[in-house]
Design a protein around this ligand. Sequence first.
Ligand code: NAD
Length: 498
Amino acid sequence: MPAPICRAGADLVGSRAGLFTVEPTYLNDCRRYRMSTIHEQFLASLDPATGEVVGEVPVTPAADIAGIVDEAREAAAQWRALTHQERAGRLTLAGEALVERSEELGTLLSREMGKPRDHGIGEVRSCGAGMRTKAERAAAALAPVAEVTNDVETTIYRDPLGVCALITPWNYPVLTTHWMIVPALMAGNAVVLKPSEETPLIGQAYAEVLMGVLPDGVLRVVHGGDEQGKALVAASVDLVAFTGSREAGMHIMAAAAHGLKRLVLELGGKDPLIVLDDADLEAAARMAVNNSLDNAGQTCVATERVIVAAAIADAFEARVVELASDVKAGPWDAAGVTYGPMIHARQRDHVIGHIREALEAGATALLGGPEQPERYIEPTVLTGVTGDMRIAQEETFGPVVCISRFESISDAVREANASPFGLGAMVFGADEARAHDVARQLDAGMIGVNRSLGGVGDTPWVGAKQSGFGYHGSPDGTRQFAQTRVVRRVAVAASAGA
Ligand code: NAD
């Protein structure tokens, strides 16, 4: 296993703190690179609850990235020579190591990103524990398939593409990397990963676990912000697998057009939850609260709009306020905390801006509001939200339950679909057939009826409209990380008999 390149925690503070002038407010406002006294550029990672430096990584000079991609391509030869089963075996070992180290890595994740420690550990552990199954399913999806018609054998191969660029966000820094890296590696590709500049330490640590089972150089990590991301997209990569905002996705799609690079884009969402008049009120209210507030609302499939039948709206809102009042925000290591701070001040200001503008435009705060403690947004419940408000249109990515009312189901469907996003959606209603009928009218990639969204087993993680372009999960998703190649020849049996 290569020596870790990042320094973390006490080690850093003891040895390098003198290199920085640390001003917590500035640091939490925007994580920037600072020049150390040895004239190397470092990216400092900060605890969003305190602004303290958790660790640092060297920033990869953008000019070096094309060369790193070329080196990764060379290194891929050894990896692509293995069978799918051999690759799955190696990744399974990495999965076991992730489970073994889940407390340590999960704690690092939480310190860097802010989510409660058990959530951080759970994210790492679930990825590790699911590795064997995920890798073996990928092996099955990528296996050659032959068909003989008359005397002609046609074989469909799923070959490596070459080098995959993986560019990931901070909100689920391990999960979003894991989802893309497993199919990319299983298909025999080399990978150059650029973790989010907000969570470089856990990105590096996760990658180092995988490097421990891979041939040298097959997985490379570059660190930095959008400058490094752009340089990676511009390099001679064969596929860009990106999870992040719609805006960055648009840039990447335009940039990838030069060279016609393959794309998998998992982008933002504005998920609606429709509560029909016969819904189990308790279950619907719990879902609205949990799925709006979890991870401080910083989840791509968070519920961002709750569209509730007017007939039950008063009772529904009262229960939502009761439930949300019990939810506690706090630091990653505090007991009894549901979610942590906002990742940085920019994100906190963005959410507060949405709340403030909605109130000015006629919405009512049933809980919380625009006055918030430093670094956090306490659970906030708004009602009277209308489609023309910014909070109903843009991704908010904050712990806000936004409620509007509908009179007819067609109005509810129209409102739910009135968004350029189409990642997830949910419908709650006791008449399953009617709820299912509503679900089928929603323009989203993943829809839950009386439960959370996302399929079971090996199903696609997929967005509709501007939430996604390409996807992962499922045999079809896995195959997007491979080059399909069709070879036609005289069937072996026929040529042997001739
Ligand atoms: P972001 O788009 O700001 O950044 C994501 C990554 O892209 C970072 O590594 C960043 O450095 C890099 N980047 C930014 N601009 C780039 C460019 N022009 N070219 C290349 N790289 C670039 O997103 P974020 O703030 O890190 O994450 C939050 C967003 O991610 C939200 O919109 C959320 O909905 C989305 N997300 C989607 C999913 C999904 O599965 N669909 C999952 C998690 C998060």
